[in-house]
Structures are given as structure tokens and as C-alpha cells.
Design a protein around this ligand. Structure first.
Ligand code: ATR
Length: 249
């Protein structure tokens, strides 16, 4: 009987128990997945209790993806480079941290549009945003072998810090853009990935950029899932783009 869970704050509306219990069922395993809400003031005490428990592993969400790191015994190379952990495995009492956020996204994109994975050096991709989600997705795309993944963000410094994540490991042609530069250059890209919360309910009328210059056939992906079809995706679809629901990460 496996025991898994999710730590974060707040977590009560998370779909993770439902999702992971389905995975257990599909894998023919028995186990539970619980929501463990930890208030920021109690973090170290509650983590000590968790460490003393027999939990087999847990996921980590906002605001603890960085804060969990000092409590780990080991950290996987990718999670270390990203400076964030979303999955902890308890291996014989040792906690090992991983980050599957970006990899999950890349797998979901590959499943929907395998053709862009056949010539990764040629495709031009644009990431919109410079937060935690953008970090994970950028790292995973570059690790996967995409060489030209440009980043546009309201705050240029955050986009530049994402670019520096992989600089030692991989050669890239990443350019950093403002959001209005991205809007102007939209016809240059084969894939556009929206990674911010812009367009999420209750602000579903908002869109991070205008898609007037978008070419038909471009793949436009949005990680927002409330609503599933954001304004950005609706407008892009109207222009003949192929859309991807990025929340399937
Ligand atoms: P997450 O970890 O979920 O990615 P985050 O770290 O808070 O969340 O990042 C949010 C991202 O959304 C950032 O890129 C932020 O832009 P800044 O880096 O300039 O802050 C972006 N964002 C949020 N609201 C925005 C808005 N109204 N317009 C443009 N970008 C916005």
C-alpha cells in the first residue's frame, strides 16, 4: 500500500489526488494520495514530521518548490540546475528531489505535434513569460535539443536569467524579447508557448499579446487551464493556428 501526497499552500482545490489515484489504478497498484496543506510559518516542523513518516513520496507545489531543497538528501541534476523540485522520492529513508514540470510539458507537446520533434535545430519556438513554469519548460526544451527557444517577458531580467540556466550545458541561439517585440515578430515562429497566468479566470478576457501577426499553422500552446480554451487560444485558432492545451503537462 503506497502512501503519496502533495505539499503546498493552499492545496485544497488540487486535482492531484484524483489524477494520481487514477495512475495507481492504471498501474495496478494500491495506495493513497493525500493533500498536505502546510502553512508557511509551520514549514520546518511539518517537514520534520513528514520525514519521520512512512510516506513513499510526494509532490511539491507553490510556494515550496525551492524551499524544500535544503531538506533533501539528494537532488537530481535537472532539478538542481532549475533550482526547483516538484517531486520527492523516499528511498529507504533518503529524500531525493526531481523536477518533472518541464519534461511533462515537452512530452505532452510531442504527443500532440510529433512533427516539430523531427528537426529540432530548425524550429523556432517562442516562450511567453519568465516565471517558474517558463523556467522548467525552457530547460526541458533545450535539454531535448531545441536550439532556438526565444523568451519574451514583461520583465527582461527574468527572461535573461532563464537563458543563463543552460548556458554551460548546451549551445543555444536564444534571443530575449519584450512582449511588444514578440508581437511584431510572431510570424517568425513555428511554436508559441504561453506560460504565465494571464488569461486565467476571472481575467479570461485578457491575452498576454495580440496575435495579429500569427501565421496559420503555427502551434500555439497555453498552460492556463481555467478556462481550457483561453482568449489567446481562441484568437489563434481563428487565425488558423494549431492549438495545444499545455495544462496536459
Ligand atoms: P509561475 O511560477 O506559475 O510561472 P510566477 O513565477 O509568478 O508564476 O510567474 C508569473 C509570470 O507571469 C511572470 O513571467 C510574470 O511576468 P514578470 O516576470 O514581468 O513579473 C508574468 N505575468 C504575470 N502577470 C502578467 C501581466 N499582467 N502581464 C504580463 N506578464 C505577466
Amino acid at each position: 500500500m503506497y502512501k503519496f501526497g502533495l505539499i503546498g499552500y493552499p492545496v485544497q482545490h488540487s486535482l492531484s489526488p484524483w489524477i494520481h489515484e487514477k495512475f495507481l489504478e492504471q498501474a495496478g497498484l494500491s495506495g493513497t494520495y493525500s493533500l498536505i496543506e502546510i502553512k508557511p510559518d509551520n514549514f520546518s516542523e511539518e517537514i520534520a514530521q513528514l520525514k519521520a513518516s512512512d510516506m513513499n513520496g510526494f509532490n511539491v507545489t507553490v510556494p515550496y518548490k525551492e524551499k524544500i531543497i535544503p531538506y533533501l538528501d539528494e537532488i537530481d541534476e535537472d532539478a538542481k540546475a532549475m533550482g526547483a523540485v516538484n517531486t520527492v522520492l523516499n528511498k529507504d529513508g533518503k529524500w531525493i528531489g526531481f523536477n518533472t514540470d518541464g519534461k511533462g510539458y515537452v512530452r505532452s507537446l510531442q504527443h500532440a505535434y510529433p512533427q516539430i520533434f523531427s528537426n529540432k535545430a530548425r524550429e523556432r519556438l517562442l516562450l511567453l513569460g519568465g516565471g517558474g513554469a517558463a523556467r522548467g519548460i525552457y530547460y526541458a526544451l533545450v535539454t531535448e535539443g531545441f536550439q532556438r527557444v526565444d523568451i519574451a517577458n514583461r520583465t527582461i531580467a527574468s527572461a535573461a536569467s532563464i537563458k543563463s540556466l543552460t548556458e554551460e550545458k548546451k549551445q543555444t541561439d536564444t534571443q530575449i524579447l519584450t512582449l511588444s517585440e514578440a508581437e511584431e515578430a510572431l510570424d517568425q515562429y513555428s511554436v508559441v508557448i504561453q506560460t504565465t497566468s494571464v488569461g486565467m479566470n476571472p481575467n479570461s478576457e485578457e491575452s498576454i499579446i495580440s496575435v495579429e501577426r500569427l501565421k496559420a499553422e503555427t502551434i500555439v500552446s497555453d498552460i492556463v487551464y481555467q478556462p481550457i480554451k483561453t482568449k489567446l487560444l481562441t484568437k489563434s485558432h481563428d487565425r488558423g493556428a494549431n492549438i495545444h492545451f499545455g495544462h496536459t503537462m
